[in-house]
Design a protein around this ligand. Sequence first.
Ligand SMILES: Nc1ncnc2c1ncn2[C@@H]1O[C@H](COP(=O)(O)OP(=O)(O)OP(=O)(O)O)[C@@H](O)[C@H]1O
Length: 260
Amino acid sequence: MTSRDPLLRFEGAARAYGDVLAVAGVTCSIAAGSFVALVGASGSGKSTLLKMVNTLVEPTAGRVLFGGEDVASLHPAHLRRRVGYVFQGIGLFPHMSVAENIAIGPRLTGEKLPDKRIAELLELVELEPAMGSRMPDELSGGQRQRVGVARALAGEPELLLMDEPFGALDPLTRDALGTKVRELHDTLGLTTVMVTHDMAEALLLADRVLVMDAGALVADESPRALLAGAGGEIAQGLVSVPRQQAERLAALEGVGETRR
Ligand SMILES: Nc1ncnc2c1ncn2[C@@H]1O[C@H](COP(=O)(O)OP(=O)(O)OP(=O)(O)O)[C@@H](O)[C@H]1O
């Protein structure tokens, strides 16, 4: 692989469940270092596409290449170490401490993560190292998601997959964690693919936005291009939501000004 090759490539990747074509043949390349948001209506195939990357879902046609190799040919434990995965509701093991949860990925590949490294990972997501000894049910939802991010980063992955990671959080925590993840993406030199229902979040955090509809990729644009009207009808329908909200807020502010 040369530095010009994409880190991730979908080649006609498709997944059927009986008669339902969840992903209908997606072809696209994701360059190393990019932050990609994957958006689209509920049921459009975003999670299925993401799960094909770490082999939680097998394609029924086509393939997914990671670093030039078909993911199906890579050892699952090693692949999952190179690919961090964060999802909503995070799935921390309730009977394990925060530190044990963070260390679980490397443990599966036979490595014991030193305490110092666990403390470092907690600091990376702005949690006190002392949190390591707590149990998951002693944390807030936002803190749990931070632990989820620390766990995904424990194996020093090249690729970070995030599936609605901040969906259940209050807006302030969501905003802070989104900004933190973008910062980590930049400082750690990650490649990130994030599924989100929130177009404003996609536009603000990502370099590139992929839009799915009924299993197909219908737009692939930069946030700037989307805001300038590119991407077609479905993409523009999604962009119109935060835009109209911003306009309504601006109008409200204007009303306040004239009343004062
Ligand atoms: N394990 C499964 N068995 C059967 N059908 C499935 C399965 N997983 C997904 N599907 C179907 O595949 C389609 C795509 O689902 P997917 O979860 O990928 O969509 P999504 O865009 O991530 O949705 P959401 O935004 O609601 O999470 C849906 O019609 C869904 O019902």
